[in-house]
Design a protein around this ligand. Structure first.
Ligand code: S3P
Length: 661
């Protein structure tokens, strides 16, 4: 495979769309490690399948856990308290979290383990974990020249300590607490400032009490036999630190609107939202789900508006530590001065992030002064036409891309491979929020609704009633993909296989007789997409993220063809969230069953009960899928057609569209 390892990002006047970002990195690492120690089988959903977290999965596998992964679903059978000796050194790649947390657990094992990582990880400070672990009686040998990895750890009994953390670091706190699981007595960590508490939340969710008293965090150890962790299901929320790229991009571009769904909203991670509010951003936050494994989740919508500078320091710093380069980007796009202080920890991240952020901003013409523990950014024009090197730091690479997106001229991001460590679908998401719509001068009428709500008949008639409008059946494209999978013998439940097939398909679109049609590999499937086999395969295909990203891209691109009347399940929410013409068509489940049964009755004898059951199954899949679930789009007009004739529904939509500017 040829990778260019560089990418140019052009400015986009409006950042618009809805996204579900991949799973939280911190939670994924911890869930993998603790599930690997638990007694029994745990299921992790929404796991972050990025290089960093996959390295952690391989490490726990080498330590005796049984790991099965299908995309973002991971099943782990734990070892029941202690690991088994690995055959070779564990390679944690680029991940400080992977290494520091695992070392905590390995300190208490009855054998010695060797750990290593890439050049960046082997240059990051490890004395910060060596010191407390040695105080607990552990053997930790650092063979890097400056207190760095590679390292060896383990094979000594541990005793509990009370440890005041010299740095506010969740990784060091977690390392000591995890080692404390193998000590006799109560281990206490006293933090200088509150840091992220995913380890504590997950331990509690798995049955180990953790007590918090102000800044002190304590747990009782289990001794050399190790902890009794209860296996179970762990739903990993979307990573707020990944969502932050789009939140900041939209916040600093007036006219933008981005919604991130199902993102983790642990207050120890979301200080960026407070900072952006202070800067004048329009934010609305809804907690949608009960805390999963102690982690609250919800939706964040951001509306772009003019921003002004602010100061970020003190207790806020650990709770937006990974977002500070983005705060600097927001500061560059704001009026006035943005000051960041007390952030010396940035110097020991995947790169010296104070130096790399300052250099990045200077490259795009922003006035910025470096301080030992932060920077002062003066807002002003963000010019581009430059190349920015990420220095192998994923967050710097993604920040540089955001500068290209929100600034005045393109930015070439050099050294982009590192993005795969935390956010493999970053470029797809960038395209999703920046493609198509802003340049679209054509009208789009979005009609969404559940199966058999009448939306296809209605949309077709609305298109006919409006001169030159094209009817688009978005569901037909998902059906086309399901049909192609069946034709090729691809398992529709195997997301990776379907994604591979999709990359290989040749799909073309054309307008004919007032509708947009398509061909796949030169064939127009026609009625072949309406068979029962396709009916049963389309929902599993439509929940696959790679499929949705691709179809949404195709659908957005159709706006160039003319006025569109597009029907589906996410047109108003994900495809054209910016259109003022959004409708949500509904009807009672009984009425929809009757309608679908009537349609099918001509085909062959079908039982109405069966039809009802299958409809309800579809409703459930469509409205509960993580990405672009079926829901009423903000600002959509809801039409209940249960007791309405089709023509009445059509007239009401046409009247509403014509009456609007
Ligand atoms: C992390 C903690 C933070 C953060 C890192 C992930 C964690 O590091 O920067 O990306 O998962 O515990 P420190 O705790 O060392 O600041």
């Amino acid at each position: 495979m040829v990778t260019t390892n560089s990418r140019t990002v052009a400015p986009c006047s409006r950042i618009v769309g809805e996204l579900t970002v991949p799973g939280d990195k911190s939670v994924s690492h911890r869930a993998a490690m603790l599930a690997a120690l638990a007694t029994g089988e745990s299921t992790l959903t929404g796991f972050l399948a990025s290089e960093d977290c996959l390295n952690t999965l391989s490490a726990v596998e080498a330590l005796g856990a049984t790991v099965k992964r299908k995309g973002t679903d991971v099943t782990i059978s734990g070892t029941g308290g202690v690991f088994s000796r690995p055959n070779a050194a564990l390679d944690l790649g680029n991940s400080g979290t992977g290494m520091r947390l695992l070392v905590g657990l390995l300190a208490g094992q009855p054998f010695e383990t060797e750990l290593t990582g890439d050049a960046s990880l082997c240059s990051r400070p490890m004395r910060r974990i060596q010191e407390p672990l040695e105080a607990m009686g552990a053997c930790v040998e650092l063979s890097g020249e400056t207190g760095t990895a590679p390292m060896r750890v383990g094979s000594a009994p541990l005793h509990a300590i009370s440890y005041p953390l010299p740095v506010a670091s969740a990784q060091v706190k977690s390392c000591v607490l995890l080692a404390g699981l193998y000590a006799e007595g109560t281990t206490t960590v006293i933090e200088p400032r509150p840091t992220r508490d995913h380890t504590e939340q997950l331990l509690r969710a798995m049955g180990v009490p953790v007590t918090v008293d102000g800044l002190s965090v304590s747990l009782d150890g289990f001794g050399a036999a190790g902890p009794r962790l209860t296996a179970g299901s762990i739903d990993v929320p979307g990573d707020f630190s990944s969502a932050a790229f789009w939140i900041v991009a939209a916040a600093c571009r007036p006219g933008s609107r981005v919604t991130i769904r199902n993102v983790g909203l642990n207050p120890r991670r979301t200080a960026l939202l407070d900072v952006l509010k202070r800067m004048g951003a329009g934010l609305s936050i809804t907690q949608t789900t009960d805390a999963a494994a102690g982690e609250p989740m919800g939706d964040v919508t951001v509306d772009g508006s003019p921003l002004h500078g602010t100061t970020v320091e003190g207790n806020e710093i650990p709770n937006l530590i990974d977002e500070l380069p983005l705060v600097a980007v927001a500061g560059a796009m704001a009026d006035g001065v943005t000051i960041i202080r007390g952030a010396e920890e940035l110097r020991v991240k995947e790169s010296d992030r104070i130096a790399t952020t300052v250099a990045m901003l200077q490259a795009v013409g922003v006035q910025v002064e470096e301080a030992p523990d932060g920077m002062t950014v003066t807002g002003g024009p963000v010019t581009g036409n430059v190349a920015i090197d990420s220095h192998g730091d994923h967050r710097i690479a993604m920040c540089a891309a955001i500068l290209g997106l929100v600034g005045e001229a393109p930015v070439e991001v050099v050294n982009t491979d590192c993005i795969a460590t935390s956010y493999p679908s970053f470029w797809d998401d960038l395209e999703r929020v920046s493609s198509g719509e802003e340049d679209n001068v054509n009208v789009v009428i979005a009609i969404d609704g559940p199966a058999a709500s009448g939306k296809s008949t209605v949309a077709r008639k609305v298109a006919a009633a409006l001169d030159d409008a094209l009817y688009v059946d978005s569901g037909a494209i998902y059906r086309g993909i399901a049909w192609a999978a069946l034709e090729r013998g691809v398992d529709v439940h195997d997301a990776d296989a379907v994604a591979r097939m999709l990359a290989d398909l040749d799909v073309g679109f054309f307008s004919r007789d007032g509708a947009v049609g398509f061909g796949i590999d030169g064939v127009e499937p026609g009625m072949a997409i309406r068979t029962r086999a396709v009916n049963d395969s389309v929902s599993p295909v439509a929940v696959i993220p790679a499929v949705r990203v691709q179809v949404v891209k195709w659908l957005k691109g159709m706006a160039a063809l003319g006025t569109l009347v597009m029907e589906g399940r996410d047109i108003g929410t994900a495809v054209f969230p910016g259109t003022p013409h959004k409708f949500y068509l509904d009807a009672s489940a009984e009425e929809r069953t009757r309608r679908r049964h009537r349609e099918m009755a001509t085909e062959d004898a079908v039982d109405e009960d069966e039809v009802g059951k299958s409809l309800r199954r579809r409703d459930k899949i469509d409205s509960s899928r993580k990405m672009d679930p079926l829901q009423v789009a903000p600002g959509a007009t809801r039409i209940d057609s249960t007791a309405m004739a089709i023509d009445e529904v059509v007239e009401s939509i046409v009247a509403a569209v014509k009456g609007m500017p």
